[in-house]
Design a protein around this ligand. Structure first.
Ligand code: DHE
Length: 496
């Protein structure tokens, strides 16, 4: 290495002291204006955590906009009259810089965060509303961090409440459909009573959480986390802390959790790890000790799905071309799956096509739906779409499968696919220029609701047979919607 000349050294020193001064100024601005809601360590308080680990999905331009203009329907006010645009921009750089001392969230922190608002034993066990309790939709409103409970016959709101910041992934239900459990990206888990339309309790299990699963005996909740890389087991009745399981691979290296799911026929939680090539299984019947059974995989598991009997796990890594099939009985990879681009297996669905059972998955890097034969994992067809998609949905009673074009210039479009011919039979553009995505069917599959993810967006109800629009409910960035009946029955065509 050539030694630096004195002038270069001086310039470098000047530049780094300038950066240091900017960092310090941004940190001071943070401590003065933001820490009261977001905490001094940026781990969140009444506001969300503001660490790179939790802001990963938010583009810097969006963060700048929120600091300048505030966030509608929240306590976040705008600072454009207080801070210059340069100050806002350096503040955002500071928020995207890892903390000097990595934040920690201990078992004591978890236990101290636990709040029980009401004892469920004191509440009526019968629904205290007049809607069919199994045909309700739980709707996540991403734009305002609210949740709406929607009657699935009349498509009318029966309750609406504030959620924690940035709920992500599907909420999960107790086996009878009375309770719903939510996970927010910043680690909060909440339990809501749909019969009594009231919040039961909450607990913060981590600083950055992936998702949660509820055991099919209704006794346990398992939560998978990024920060710290851990699994946390809760008592499903009152959300009290049961166990923390640090995630360390066979090789001794710590790992984040990609996702945790319940596998009802196996009476177990199945966990995919992100930084080590392993799947963990936790049987939960009869006084479980929550020690993992480790299955070694052929690749990392960023995204995965199951066959309907939960015998096989289909998985892919973000980098891989294709995926792998893991046999949960044998505990090993038994086949490769021939898939191009970046298949989004987690959103994949299956259905009966004549004699064949097929699995179809959208692709987040290419405009196509891959349809596979579930007998031999061979590709049957690639259905061309107008761009890469994120979600896919159907219902056993519907002849159509729906998929969005989530990315790119055509994200206003949704495709309706005939499940037998595998042809796109209709392309809808419900609100031109606005992103249309994520569909969920009602209990009997006669209707479905589609989200338009826009500040001036909407839920749009369609007749599943005629494809005619039935109703439009204005909403700020509605994201996922979850039908109680479909969820508790792990119905064909919906996410698990
Ligand atoms: Fe999701 C589900 C992972 C980005 C909206 N997403 C899931 C699940 C996983 C996952 C593992 C299944 C959890 C469950 O239901 O229990 N999501 C990921 C990612 O790795 C990715 C690509 C990057 C990340 O930031 O984590 C990602 N997801 C997004 C988004 O940007 C979306 C569009 C907006 C948002 O809310 O952040 C988004 N993800 C969703 C939704 C579901 C979901 C609405 C539930 C779908 C369902 O129908 O069940």
């Amino acid at each position: 290495i050539k030694p630096l000349k004195p002038l270069a050294c001086a310039l470098l020193l000047l530049a780094s002291s300038h950066t240091w001064a900017v960092d310090k100024a941004a940190e001071n601005t943070y401590l003065e204006l933001c820490s009261v809601c977001h905490s001094e360590q940026r781990i969140g308080g009444t506001g969300p955590a503001l660490l790179p680990e939790s802001l990963g999905r938010i583009k810097k331009a969006e963060a700048i906009n929120v600091i300048a203009n505030g966030r509608p329907a929240s306590q976040m006010i705008g600072y454009k009259d207080v801070l210059s645009s340069e100050q806002i921009s350096t503040l955002v750089d500071y928020l995207y810089t890892p903390a000097d001392n990595p934040p920690n969230w201990s078992v004591a922190d978890i236990q101290n965060s636990h709040k029980l608002f009401v004892n469920q034993q004191d509440l009526p066990t019968q629904p205290q509303h007049n809607s069919d309790p199994l045909n309700l939709f739980v709707v996540v409103e991403a734009g305002t961090h609210h949740v709406t409970i929607l009657d699935g016959d009349k498509f009318e709101t029966i309750a609406r409440f504030q959620s924690h910041f940035a709920l992500h992934g599907g909420p999960k239900f107790s086996p009878d459909g009375r309770f719903v459990y939510f996970a927010s990206r910043d680690g909060w888990v909440s339990k809501y009573d749909i019969h009594n339309l009231t919040m039961i309790g909450e607990i913060r299990v981590a600083l950055n959480t992936r998702n949660l699963a509820v055991s099919n005996d209704g006794k346990w909740v398992m939560v998978g986390n990024y920060l710290p890389g851990s699994l946390v087991v809760l008592d499903a009745e009152d959300l009290s802390f049961v166990k923390e399981i640090p995630v360390v691979g066979n090789d001794g290296n710590p790992s984040r959790v990609s996702a945790v799911y319940t596998a009802p026929p196996r009476d177990s939680f199945v966990v995919a790890l992100k930084d080590t090539q392993e799947v963990w299984e936790f049987p939960y019947l009869n006084n479980p000790n929550f020690e993992p059974r480790r299955i070694l995989a052929n690749d990392y598991l960023d995204d995965f799905s199951f066959t309907p009997d939960y015998r096989y796990l289909l998985a892919t890594s973000r980098k891989a071309k294709g995926g792998q099939v893991i046999d949960m009985e044998l505990g090993k990879t038994i086949s490769e799956i021939p898939l191009p681009g970046m298949p989004h297996l987690g959103s994949g669905i299956y259905w009966q096509r004549g004699e064949q059972q097929v699995f179809a998955t959208p692709n987040i890097s290419q405009g196509l739906i891959s349809v596979l034969d579930m007998q031999n994992w061979q590709l049957i067809k690639e259905i061309k779409t107008e761009g890469p998609g994120f979600f896919m949905r159907s219902h056993a009673n519907s002849k159509y499968a729906w998929t969005d074009v989530f990315f790119g210039p055509n994200n206003e479009a949704v495709h309706v696919i005939d499940k037998q011919s595998l042809e796109v039979v209709r392309t809808l553009r419900p609100m031109p220029g606005k992103n249309a995505a994520h569909v969920e069917f009602n209990k009997d599959g006669s209707h479905l609701i589609l989200s338009v993810w826009d500040e001036d967006g909407a839920l749009i109800v369609y007749n599943a047979e005629t494809l005619e629009e039935v109703k439009r409910i204005p909403m700020n960035k509605p994201s996922g919607k979850y039908n109680v009946y479909n969820k508790i029955n792990f119905a064909e065509g919906t996410s698990h």
